[in-house]
Design a protein around this ligand. Structure first.
Ligand code: MEV
Length: 445
C-alpha cells in the first residue's frame, strides 16, 4: 500500500459523520466500484426501526441481516415451546427441530435451575495487612451497602440485590492486591448494568472510607481503586437439562441402526469428548450452536455466555464436554450442565423488536425459564450432532442444506431447484458440479 493511499485512508471525526457521509467515505476510500445502494438495500423500511438499530452501536452504516428461525416441538418441563433461533449456519435449526421432535415422543426435556448467582469484582491496591480485614470489613460492608441503598432498593423488590461480599487478598498478583468479590441476584435481568453501577458506587465509597474511617491507621489509608466490573465467570448461575429414555425405545426410524448399538456408540462419543480436549471443543461448539441461537434471538449477550461456558468446561484444569451421558438400569440419560447468565427484561430484550417478539413466542419467560429453554436447545443440538456423527456422518445433512445455498447463489428457479435436488440425491455435491448440471439444464430448456 502506498503512503498516499495510507494517508488518504486516515480519518478523524468519523463518529461525527452522519450515515450518508460514513458510507460515502467508505466507498471513496475502500470500496471503489461499489455504490451506496449496496448498503441502502438493507435499510429498514421504517425510519423508527432504523433509528433503533442504528443506536445499538457506533459508526453504523448498514444493517447486517441474519436469519430468524423457529425450532418447533420443544417439550420442556411439560410445556411445548417453539424456540426462536438466530443463526447463519445451515442445518442447525433443522437439527434442533429434528431432535426436539425425537424427544417430544420420549418424554421431552427436563430442565432445572441449579443456582442463579452473578458476580462482580472491585479490584484495589491497599497497603494494609491482610489479617486486619476481619476487623475492618463489617464497617466497610455497612458503608458500601448504605451508599448504594437507593440503587439496590428497586432490584430488591424484584427479588435481587447484593447477596454477600468477600474481601479477598491476591498475593499471587501482588502483596497489596485485594478484591471485593460481590455476589448479586438480578431477578429477570441479565444484570450487567445493575452490577456495574453498584460496583462503581462501591469504588467511590471505598475511596472515601479509606480517607475518613476512624478505624484506619495512616498506612491503611493508602488505598487505590484499580477497576470495578462484573465477572462473566458465572459458575453459580447454572442450569441442568436432561433427556432420558429406555434404551429399547432409542430407535432411529429408517436408519437400520439398532437402538442398543446406537446408544453404545453415542455414549462412547460423549466419553471421548469428556476426556479429549480437541474433541471437547468441537462437541461444545455444537452445544453452543443451539444455545447461542436462542441467546441471540432473545437479545442476550452471546459473548458473555460463550466465555462463561468455556471457563466452566475448563474447570478443574482440563477442557471437557459440557454434556454427559450414562446408562442406568437400561435407561439412557443424556444431560447438559451449563452456566447461562440470561435476562428477559432490560437491555436489548426490550429494545430490539425481534428479540421482544421472540420472548412473546416463548410466552414471556422468566430468566430462569429462558435458561431452561436455551439449555434444552443446546442439548438437542448436541444430541442431533452426535446422532449424525455416530450413524450417517455429518456431511449428508449439511450437503442437503449446502445444495440449497449453492442453488440460491446460482439464481435457480423453483423448477430448477426441484430437478437439481432430485438429481443430486445420493450424489456428491460440489459448487462446480451443481453449476455444470444447471448449465446443462438451462441449455436444454
Ligand atoms: C458444527 O457446527 C457442529 C458439530 O461439529 C458439532 C460436533 O461435532 O459435535 C457438528
Amino acid at each position: 500500500m502506498s503512503d498516499t493511499i495510507r494517508e488518504n485512508r486516515r480519518v478523524s471525526g468519523f463518529s461525527k459523520f452522519n450515515k450518508h457521509q460514513r458510507r460515502e467515505w467508505l466507498l471513496n476510500h475502500f470500496l471503489q466500484g461499489h455504490d451506496d445502494g449496496e448498503f441502502a438495500f438493507f435499510d429498514a423500511n421504517s425510519s423508527d426501526l432504523q433509528e433503533v438499530v442504528d443506536n445499538f452501536s457506533e459508526n453504523t452504516l448498514a444493517n447486517f441481516p441474519l436469519p430468524f428461525g423457529i425450532a418447533p416441538n420443544f417439550l420442556i418441563n411439560g410445556e411445548l415451546y417453539a424456540v426462536p433461533m438466530v443463526i447463519e449456519e445451515s442445518s442447525v435449526v433443522a437439527a434442533a427441530s429434528s431432535a426436539a421432535k425425537y424427544w417430544m415422543s420420549r418424554g421431552g426435556f427436563e430442565a432445572e435451575i441449579v443456582a442463579t448467582e452473578k458476580l462482580g469484582q472491585l479490584h484495589f491496591r491497599w497497603a494494609g495487612a491482610p489479617e486486619r480485614r476481619a476487623a475492618l470489613f463489617p464497617e466497610l460492608e455497612r458503608r458500601l451497602r448504605h451508599a448504594t441503598a437507593d440503587i439496590t432498593a428497586r432490584m430488591e423488590k424484584r427479588g435481587g440485590g447484593v447477596r454477600s461480599m468477600q474481601w479477598k487478598h491476591l498475593p499471587e498478583v501482588n502483596e497489596q492486591c485485594y478484591q471485593l468479590l460481590v455476589s448479586f441476584g438480578t431477578g429477570d435481568s441479565m444484570g450487567a448494568n445493575f452490577i456495574n453501577t453498584v460496583l462503581e458506587a462501591y469504588a467511590t465509597e471505598i475511596q472515601l472510607w479509606s480517607s475518613d474511617s476512624p478505624l484506619l491507621t495512616d498506612r491503611e489509608r493508602d488505598l487505590e481503586v484499580i477497576m470495578a466490573i462484573l465477572s462473566n465467570h458465572t459458575p453459580n448461575c447454572v442450569v441442568n437439562a436432561r433427556v432420558r429414555c429406555p434404551i429399547e425405545k432409542m430407535n432411529l426410524a429408517g436408519s437400520g441402526v439398532d437402538a442398543a448399538d446406537f446408544v453404545r456408540r453415542f455414549s462412547l462419543a460423549v466419553d471421548i469428548a469428556r476426556h479429549d480436549p480437541y474433541r471437547a471443543v468441537t462437541h461444545n461448539k455444537g452445544i453452543m450452536n443451539g444455545i447461542d441461537s436462542v441467546v441471540l434471538a432473545t437479545g442476550n449477550d452471546f459473548r458473555a455466555v460463550e466465555s462463561a461456558a468455556h471457563a466452566f468446561a475448563a474447570e478443574g484444569g482440563t477442557y471437557r464436554s459440557l454434556s454427559r451421558c450414562r446408562v442406568v438400569d437400561n435407561v439412557f440419560i443424556f444431560e447438559l450442565t451449563v452456566p447461562l447468565a440470561l435476562g428477559t427484561v432490560g437491555g436489548l430484550t426490550r429494545l430490539h423488536p425481534l428479540a421482544d417478539l421472540a420472548l412473546d413466542v416463548l410466552g414471556r419467560p422468566t430468566a430462569n425459564q429462558l435458561m431452561c429453554v436455551a439449555a434444552a436447545t443446546g442439548l438437542a443440538q448436541n444430541f442431533a450432532a452426535l446422532r449424525s456423527l455416530v450413524t450417517t456422518g455429518i456431511q449428508r445433512g449439511h450437503m442437503k442444506m449446502h445444495l440449497q445455498n449453492v442453488l440460491s447463489s446460482l439464481d435457480a428457479s423453483p423448477t430448477e431447484r426441484k430437478a437439481t435436488t432430485s438429481f443430486f440425491e445420493g450424489r456428491t455435491i460440489s459448487h462446480h458440479g451443481v453449476r455444470q448440471y444447471l448449465d446443462k439444464l438451462r441449455g436444454e430448456g
